[in-house]
Design a protein around this ligand. Sequence first.
Ligand SMILES: [Zn+2]
Ligand SMILES: [Zn+2]
Length: 566
Amino acid sequence: MSVSIVSARLPTGDTPVCNVTLEPYVLIKRGETTVTADDIPEEGSPEPGLQLRSRWYRSSIPRGGAVCSVHPDKEASVQCTICLKSKVAVHLSYHCTAECFRSSWQQHREYHRQAHANGQENGLDTPGSKVVSSTMSAGGETWVEVSRSRKYTPASDDVGFVLKYECSICDAAHPYIDLGRPMLAFTSRVRPAPNLPVRNLVPLPLPQGVAKGGPNSRFTVLSYNMLADLYAKGDVYNHCPAWTMAWHYRKRNLLKELLTHRPDIMCLQEVQSDHFSEYLHPELTKAGYMGIYKKKTTEIFTGSQYTIDGCATFFRCERFHLVKKYEVEFNKAAISLADQMTNPHQKKATMNRLLKDNVALIAVLEMAPDPERSSKQLICVANTHIHANPELNDVKLWQVHTLLKGLEKIANSADIPMLVAGDFNSIPGSAAHSLLVKGRVEPQQLESSVDPLGLLRDTKLQHSLPLASAYAALLDHPPTTEQLKRQRARLDPTHREPLFTNLNRDFKATLDYVLYTRDSLAPAGLLELPAEAEVVAKPGDSLPNANWSSDHVCLMAEFQILQHKA
Ligand SMILES: [Zn+2]
Ligand SMILES: [Zn+2]
């Protein structure tokens, strides 16, 4: 039976990154059927018969200039001369600008310190640098073999070089006889591993009269819009290098970020349905989480399948179990609102305006038993992604109002601390934000520009939940530490919210919030807010980039459960 390789491809070969495994996709024709590499044993396996022989090589010539060691999506223009004299890995010596070099000097000098662990460093304490000239020597390329397995994980030695994959079919019994021509596939140059965000939890002083409880009376909640892959395509993000936008690149960074913060509860938005089932759910299950998911109500065809994004809520099984979940489809509420209308024109206009497929996911969780607590402790967590169109403020406001009315019902039936988290697509000071944190909308916020169809004219826009925004707590205490002072400066004092949670081209604003009921919970810590300069290489740049893999930054708060008057 004839066997030949039809093709060998590297699906992620255009974006090879240090520490990210490359898996060639090899099609093989065996007689009349076509099989993949998974159906043929690798060379050296004990199975007799035909085997797939794989070789990986690294080019001896660095390609396309070097990249910044801090911002892997930027070309290097500066190289540290101390690194060159020391035995620091070459790729660590590059920076995109002199400013980048200066601002990362604290971290950079650690490389020198490590290289000079034997104490040779003599007073070389100021950064010296030279301008990089990118050289390309022509011809005479040699290739160094780096692996004999099908899958290969680029290491730091590979950074800046291209890789070549070569495969052929061999017969285990006659390993020296070639069976047909080998097939080749090349990668682009290997990128350095990203420098993922480092953000600490800043402890907050507790309100007066609130005693610090044990670890079982505290928990952390994170909210993160992860930028679904289906929205990461097309023109909107064409200013970002394509490889930083690739889902296989972003998904690892996003997961790593989640696992670094290791929140007790995660409210995630823009989680694509197939990415939930194929990646996030299995990976977070391995890490001890349980997850529930609610996808938006209309799917779209992406060229290979129908998919859509939605809200995913995960919680640590060690700390919580799920008592009840409610799936909120705002479309259902829109239909029941329209059903009450008698005027057919009004009915139609309402449906057109309000049918927008957004959802929310509400989970009632019970905390693991605690000897210090006599009764069981429930927590209600609402996770939502409100409609995005900036022109439709009435729709946003109506969705937020609908969600809060649902939560009010739950609150009326049980004495239960509540969390409301997500991407509300509403800026601080907007009508929707006001409804959340003040419990009502001021009449002047309901101008005709907000409610052109008068849909909300007859609705009493208020609720009784004592909600407060977690990050506002930074302004509730005098800043006793440098860290608190720095964090306060990253808040807008008027609206008591972060300066930004979303950084897009031409748009920098806060859209995400973590809210809590202040009669039952008190913020005890907040995940540091980054300054813009820590997120992008230069002002005006936008997200995502090589290090920050969503266009939003996540928020996280630690809460202390307030012990109630018995
Ligand atoms: Zn250096
Ligand atoms: Zn840089």
